[in-house]
Design a protein around this ligand. Sequence first.
Ligand code: MRU
Length: 346
Amino acid sequence: MVATIEWTPAGVVMIDQTRLPKEERYVTCTTYEEVAEAIRSMVIRGAPAIGVAAAMGVALGALRAEAGRLDEEFETICATLAATRPTAVNLFWAIDRMKRLYASLRGKPVEEIRAALAREAQQMCLEDIAINESIGRNGAALVPDGKTVLTHCNAGALATAGYGTALGVIRAAVSAGKKIDVFADETRPFLQGARLTVWELQQDGIPTTLITDNMAGHFLKSGRIGCVVVGADRIARNGDVANKVGTYSVAVLAKENGVPFYVAAPVSTLDLTLTTGDQIPIEQRSATEVTEVFGVPVAPGGTKVENPAFDVTPNRYVSAIITEKGVARAPYEESLPRLARYTERT
Ligand code: MRU
């Protein structure tokens, strides 16, 4: 399994996800501004991965800040990283965790503060892998044996510190001996499915077939797909799920065809402050992601474009939400807060 992100003495090292699968290139960020740019430009992407990257960015910023100006700069560092991508709540969750730690260290020697922040960010990276393994264990039983699993975007090792959420469930099902294969939606416009999910699953030897997004309905109707498993960027209190644009269409088609639709995500992706998914901010990205493929225009110059990076799937299409603390089912207003409370106690 590839290391998505790593804290090293030289800086924060990330595999460049804009170059995969053509090139396995690593980027080293030596300032928090570089980490922010890596998140914005999707060198690193996926909700849990950008959370870990932001935490490491905060630690890196504190390490490089002038000792006497740390308090003042800490605010700027956190604000810069928080302004990178608006939808995935893991980003804000991670920054808040670093802020809480910083506040608890007030008055301590600056070297101690810096070391504690660096330790915390690395700890979050390790925790994320363990969380994903638990998500996998909790979800494996839901995957029908002998069938195909459909997934959208990349919710794999590359989208997390390792192992993955949706792909974690698939990995755990395979480890449990289930004979399954995967259909990966290509996931226009950024092609996370074609470029990243297929690449990642090939590394693990899990049989994977690439389909274009508009083929999903055809295969969901065919009886071949046993379940859909996707990740999430933010889940509202009522179980509405924001995930990569196109997820909503897959969910509707899954329900129409009687195929279970599962969302795999850590508890840190729950945003219980939002009553419904309508309140989730949706990131709008650049028009060129739609009008060009690898820099080659595929539409006439001056074409008007919409490019919402995410959509919201209403809870009625979600068969279950698989977390590290257990599997939540409707009514989500009851099951999700119960899982979150359980997490606070453990
Ligand atoms: O725009 P991206 O590539 O960051 O979007 C990623 C997704 O939508 C993932 O499905 C989600 O973040 C879950 S990753 C475990």
